[in-house]
Design a protein around this ligand. Structure first.
Ligand code: ATP
Ligand code: MG
Length: 149
């Protein structure tokens, strides 16, 4: 069956899929008026998470899975990478403004530590929630829950 992407993803997803080694698998098919009324907010949220998933995967192949699960009340989005991961001691702070994990990436991977703080603020503005789970050396999964109405 053909995947119908929500319009907030359609606008920018090809920008990422064109990058070297990047392989984005989309398992997303939703139709929701509330979400479609915040295209810019959702675009900022998902492009920041995809940007991270790709830049913190330092191997040649950079597979990212974008998935959504739906129940009666909400959507749960998963952004799953197989990148460098985040040590559990740092995980609680990654959404803080200017926080960057000191080892592994701060010199090699450019950034300001602002993306995730903005993402969290926007998700909360939509009355949603965001969490991260990670295994160093294996990868990271960000989970976003958004109410349907
Ligand atoms: P910016 O997004 O402002 O360009 P940044 O990517 O460093 O810079 P955030 O997006 O806020 O900042 O992420 C904060 C830190 O969390 C990152 O510096 C990195 O250490 C860690 N991080 C975020 N996403 C991932 C990921 N998918 N895999 C591994 N580490 C991550
Ligand atoms: Mg970032």
């Amino acid at each position: 069956e053909e995947i119908v992407l929500p319009t907030f993803l359609q606008s920018f997803i090809t920008r990422f899929t064109g990058l070297p080694g990047v392989q984005i698998t989309l398992d997303i098919q939703i139709q929701n008026d509330r979400l479609e009324s915040y295209p810019d907010t959702l675009k900022t949220i998902f492009s920041n998470l995809l940007d991270n998933a790709i830049k913190y995967t330092t191997t040649a192949e950079k597979p990212v899975l974008l998935q959504v699960r739906e129940d009666q009340q909400q959507y749960t989005f998963y952004i799953i990478d197989k990148g460098i991961g985040i040590d559990k001691h740092h995980l609680p702070y990654i959404f803080d403004k200017f926080y960057r994990v000191p080892q592994g990436n701060i010199h090699e991977v450019k950034g300001h530590g602002l993306g995730l703080s903005q993402v969290r603020k926007l998700v909360e503005r939509l009355n949603g929630s965001i969490q991260a789970e990670s295994t160093p050396g294996k990868g990271t999964t960000f989970t976003i829950q958004l109410k349907k109405s």
